[in-house]
Design a protein around this ligand. Structure first.
Ligand SMILES: [Zn+2]
Ligand SMILES: [Zn+2]
Length: 97
C-alpha cells in the first residue's frame, strides 16, 4: 500500500528535480554551478513541503562540487539550509571587484 504512494511520490519528485535543475544548476549550499541533484531547502523531516517547487533547489550530489570539492548534499543532510550556509566562508557572488 505504501508502495503506490512511494512510487507516485518518487515520480513527482523526479519531475520536480528535473525541472529544478533545468531552471538552474547553482548549488544552494556552496553557490557554484554544475549541481547535479536537488534537495529540500526546509527538510521534509522538519516539516518542509516535499513537492513544493519553492522548497526545492539545486545542490551538488554524491559526486560533490567540481569547483570547491564539497559534498554539499551530504553536508546538508537533513539540516535546514540556514545551518549549513553558516558553516560556509561567505562569498558574495554579486559583489563587484
Ligand atoms: Zn555545492
Ligand atoms: Zn562548490
Amino acid at each position: 500500500m505504501a508502495t503506490d504512494r512511494d512510487e507516485l511520490t518518487s515520480y513527482a519528485w523526479r519531475l520536480l528535480r528535473a525541472r529544478t535543475l533545468a531552471a538552474s544548476d547553482i548549488c544552494i549550499v556552496c553557490g557554484h554551478p554544475h549541481a547535479d541533484a536537488a534537495d529540500h531547502i526546509h527538510p521534509v523531516s522538519k516539516g518542509g513541503a516535499p513537492l513544493d517547487p519553492d522548497n526545492v533547489a539545486p545542490i551538488h550530489g554524491v559526486r560533490g562540487c567540481p569547483v570547491c570539492l564539497r559534498k554539499c548534499n551530504s553536508e546538508k543532510s537533513d539540516r535546514p539550509l540556514s545551518d549549513v550556509v553558516q558553516l560556509h566562508t561567505s562569498v558574495d557572488w554579486f559583489a563587484g571587484p
